[in-house]
Design a protein around this ligand. Sequence first.
Ligand SMILES: NC(=O)c1ccc[n+]([C@@H]2O[C@H](COP(=O)([O-])OP(=O)(O)OC[C@H]3O[C@@H](n4cnc5c(N)ncnc54)[C@H](O)[C@@H]3O)[C@@H](O)[C@H]2O)c1
Length: 296
Amino acid sequence: MSGNMTTIKTVGVIGAGQMGNGIAHVCALAGYDVLLGDADAARIDAALETIKKNMTRQVHREVITQADMDAGVKRIKGAPKVGDFAPCDLVIESIVEQDDAKKKVFADLRSTLKPTAILASNTSSISITRLAATTDRPDKFIGIHFMNPAPVMKLVELIRGLATSQETYDTSVAFVESLSKTIANAEDFPAFIVNRVLVPMINEAIYTLYEGVGSVDAIDKAMKLGANHPMGPLELADFIGLDTCLSIMQVLYEGLADSKYRPCPLLVKYVEAGWLGRKTQRGFYDYRTDPPTPTR
Ligand SMILES: NC(=O)c1ccc[n+]([C@@H]2O[C@H](COP(=O)([O-])OP(=O)(O)OC[C@H]3O[C@@H](n4cnc5c(N)ncnc54)[C@H](O)[C@@H]3O)[C@@H](O)[C@H]2O)c1
């Protein structure tokens, strides 16, 4: 361990949605004190409940012990105000996938954070270099991209912006390894590695539906049984969130200026309807029924 590495004790997680609660969960079980924030205070309470529910499931499956859970739950505190993040050594932003909203969060943190604190984004696709440039600490800014669901998925992509220092990178490597995750290094290009490959595949599945090549059922069955994917692409889109899928396609389309990344109009329509997948109970499937019913 290099002498210049920041010691991380307290981790802030901003955005208590599906990713934020998973990241808080993983950090708390690894022994970090966690401060969890969201613009919507009700989302913080909901996330704390989700974390308890998910840890209980891990106890039942004997992945963790009841004592691990009790200690983990105690380490997570809600942080509804920006000033609450003052003790953080690392803050991981995991709010909605929108450039301006993320930049505002970093700007708001300016007067609160210690000079040594590292800032990270869990963005799926937005340029780390660009986000970093709007902060007061581009050298202490990095992409730490967890996969969904964070407590289960082993991979974390680490993305260095142009200005990210070696110390920030080394500290982040040690931090991610302390969570028992495996790192894939990705260069800072739109959507990095996993989503550059995965989300255009999902978008193509939506085109396949849009053009009437197959039904929701047929497309998911074909990819599960024909390509051995554990989930069909439409089921996976609902799981990721259709708004997030659309944002990633827009970043690819604009960032790489290549028409092959154009978002499918049907994906746009679902997002405009507010049918965002599992998180809103409806997307390519309707989750209000058991089993979920295809919506096309
Ligand atoms: N969904 C995935 O599979 C996945 C995987 C990896 C990374 N990500 C990335 O993680 C981030 C969050 O995605 P998610 O799926 O958790 O979304 P989500 O919609 O479940 O949660 C987003 C949360 O951010 C909050 N929020 C919005 N604006 C805010 C602001 N200005 N300040 C504080 N909180 C704010 C919302 O209230 C909400 O609780 C995105 O950048 C996304 O690209 C998503």
